[in-house]
Each structure stands twice: as C-alpha cells, then as structure tokens.
Write a protein that binds this ligand. Structure first.
Ligand code: LCS
Length: 400
C-alpha cells in the first residue's frame, strides 16, 4: 500500500488501535515499572532473550508510540524520546564523541547547546569549533583528523541564518563525519534532514511538536543501530527520559502539527513585510522574504519559511526592552512554536550565556528581537506590535 501523506500520518501514524481495545487515542501508561509473571521471565527480559517492558526509564509503551511516530515523520529508522531538547542534544553528542575528539559546529546555535559544548570541552576534553558553514572549502579545511561530528541548526537560533544541508552533508561524508541536525525550528513538516542524508535529527519537542506550551521534551531519530546504542548508554545511564504523560501530550500535539505550521507560516508571512516597512525597525530576517540573501536556499530546503521572525529595532537594548514592555497581547517569554505569540531578547535571554563578543560574531545584537508568531488572528498580532512600536518611538524621539 502506498505510504500516506505526512498530514495523514501525523494523525493515524504508527499507532495500532487494534492492539489497544480500539482506543481512538493512544493510551497513557502512567507507570514506573512492569511486573513479571515469574522470576525467570524477569531474568529473560533483562538478558534481552524475551522482549517486553521492564522499567519506564528503559522503555514505556506510550513513549514508544511517540518514538515510532517521530521516526516515521522524519523518514528515519528509529526514534528516541528524551526529557528535554537539551537531554537529546547532550545524549546524542556524548554517544558519538569521546575525550580527544572534535565537533564542528555551525556559527550560531541555541545558547544551552553552546553552554554544553563549552562544558564538555572544559571538563571532558571534547573539542569543538564554531564555523561559518557557507562554502564547501571552509568546511573541508576545518575538518580535522579527530573530527567525528558536524553539528548544525538550520535556521539558526535566533539569527535565522540557513545552512545548505545538502552541501554540508556532502562535504562531511567525504571524511566519514557524522552529521547531526537540530530541526527544532522547522519540525518534520517543513524540513526532513534525514532524507537529505543527515545521520541524526534532533528536536526540542517543547516547541512546534508540542505546540501548546505545556511540555519540555526532546526527540531524536537516526539509524536503528546507533539509536540502540543511545538507548543503552547515554539515555539509560544519564537518565534523561521522557515521562509517559509528556509523550501522551506530544502525541496529541502532533495531530495538529500541519494545520498549526500552516497558520504559523501564513501569519509570519503577513507580518514580516509590515515590520520591514516600519521606521522603528532597522532590519528583518525572515526566510520567506524574497529580499533575504538566503531566500533561494529557503525555497529549496524548507517546505515553508517557518513561524519565526527576527528583527532589529532602531537603537539597542533600551529600545528593545521598552518595545517588549509596551506589548499587550504578544507575550514576553522564551520558547517558541506555541499558540501564543512570544517575543524574546536573545542578548539577555536565550543567548545570555554566550560571551558578548562571541554573540556579536554570531550576529546577535543588543537591538535584536525574536518573534515566535502564534496562531492568533494576524491583524491582532500586528495591531499589538504596531502600538508598542509607536509608544517606543515616541519615548525615544527627543521632544522639540
Ligand atoms: N535546540 C534548539 C534549536 C532550541 O531552540 C532549544 C531551546 C533547544 C535545542 C533545547 O530544548 P529544550 O531543552 O529547551 O527543550 N530553545 C529555546 C528558546 O529558543 N527559547 O527557550 C528555549
């Protein structure tokens, strides 16, 4: 039978209702452990001779339904669920590299990913370099004999710079380097890095996959053999596992992912031009803007340009904070991909841990704001943004 389209798989996916009394929605197995029929059965399960659940840190049926679903949506072999996006990032990377090895990273990543790379470099001797991944030779020249992983976000949080996935994957493969892509900003609905040859895809499922701002979670998908290693080592022994209830909420969120993403994207398309034309806005970065330098790459690589707009307000931190304080409906908060429009100031929030000069190298200025466009009526979002911009403009314009 022909594989159903992604919108359909989001709803019917890998869940087999017949195995669960016909329950329309996946059941929640809210249990820490599983009983054995006998001591011998327990022994056989631990020995891996008999399949079956043992203990929810090692596996849980509700979590397993979600893991199957994400593997299917990302077109990969096996999915693994984690307690947070950072648990996914750290567990995947630590399963791939050891002391003395090297990770090549896109210039610009989420602040805590930056913090994690610094931590393992300082304390455990796992090296890394951040590089601009705009052309093949730059990447080729920076791959060292001990480089094991090439790690990229695209679009990059929060600058919205894109990385040409096909290009970086091709270069990495020449040297047998494993490519890990953080696909949080897109979700599998907009971008599927594994189909382009990436080895592992990671999500902060806290964002678009959840979509409702009520879960912290992570997901990763890759080859079955590698994901089994993750399960049996960095996941099991560091213990950053997803709770069954969180998996249940994410399964609920997934059903509406395509509908929500369409709306996030159409709202963002309706806002970026208005922001661009506003005299208080210095610059706007949105991959769907034909004037954006990477517009062609966005068109090639992403199904739609996404729901995040990054812009720079005239002035700097004071103007940015004043603008945020004047907003009435758009919420001042980190995170993204929720029904509510959220705005944050990367220099003092998500990327505050990055030293200021490194932040500037990444392209994060004091006047930069990141808007996660929500699902509200686009006119209401604009009304709120424009009234706050007007108030900020009058505050900072010297009176004659
Ligand atoms: N990767 C990316 C691209 C992210 O944006 C985040 C969180 C993570 C990984 C980590 O995921 P978590 O552990 O939070 O589930 N990004 C955030 C942000 O931009 N605002 O608040 C959190």
């Amino acid at each position: 039978m022909e594989k159903k389209k992604l919108e359909t798989r989001l709803i019917h996916g890998e869940y087999d209702r017949k195995k669960h009394y016909g329950s329309l929605t996946p059941p929640l197995y809210q249990t820490s452990t599983f009983t054995f029929d006998s001591a011998e059965q327990g022994e056989a399960r631990f020995a891996g001779i008999e399949s079956g659940y043992i203990y929810s840190r090692l596996g849980n049926p509700t979590v397993a339904i979600l893991e199957k679903a994400i593997a299917d949506l990302e077109e990969g072999e096996e999915g693994v669920a984690f307690a947070s996006g950072m648990a996914a990032v750290s567990s995947i990377l630590l399963a791939l590299v050891k002391h003395g090895e090297h990770i090549l990273v896109s210039e610009g990543v989420y602040g805590c990913t930056y913090g994690f790379l610094q931590l393992v470099d300082d304390r455990y001797g796992i090296e890394h370099d951040f590089i601009e991944m705009s052309d093949e030779d730059t990447i080729r020249n920076r791959i060292k004999p001990n480089t094991k992983v090439l790690y990229v976000e695209t679009p990059i949080n929060p600058t919205m710079k894109l990385i040409d996935l096909k290009m970086v994957i091709r270069v990495a493969k020449e040297s047998g380097v494993t490519v890990v892509v953080d696909n949080t900003f897109c979700s599998p609905y907009l971008q599927q890095p594994l189909t382009l040859g990436a080895d592992v895809v990671i999500h902060s499922a806290t964002k678009y996959i959840c979509g409702h701002g009520d879960v912290i979670a992570g997901l990763a998908v890759g080859k079955a053999a590698f994901m089994q290693v993750v399960r049996g080592t960095t996941l099991k022994d560091m213990g950053g596992v997803m709770a069954p209830f969180d998996a249940w909420l994410l399964l609920r969120g997934l059903k509406t992912l395509s509908v929500r993403m369409d709306r996030h994207c159409s709202n963002a398309k309706g806002l970026y031009e208005k922001l661009k034309m506003h005299p208080m806005i210095k610059s706007v970065v949105y991959p769907g803007d034909p004037d954006y330098t990477q517009f062609t790459l966005a068109e090639k690589q992403m199904k739609q340009p996404g729901g995040l707009i990054t812009f720079e307000i005239e002035g700097g931190k004071e103007e940015a904070q004043s603008f945020m304080n004047h907003l009435k409906m758009v919420q001042v908060a980190v995170s993204l991909g929720d029904a509510e429009s959220l705005i944050q100031h990367p220099a003092t929030m998500t990327h505050a841990v990055v030293p200021s000069e490194k932040r500037l190298e990444m392209g994060i200025t004091e006047g930069m704001l990141r808007l996660s466009v929500g699902l509200e009526n686009v006119e209401d979002i604009w009304e709120d943004l424009s009234q706050a911009l007007q108030k900020t403009a009058s505050e900072f314009t010297p009176s004659k």
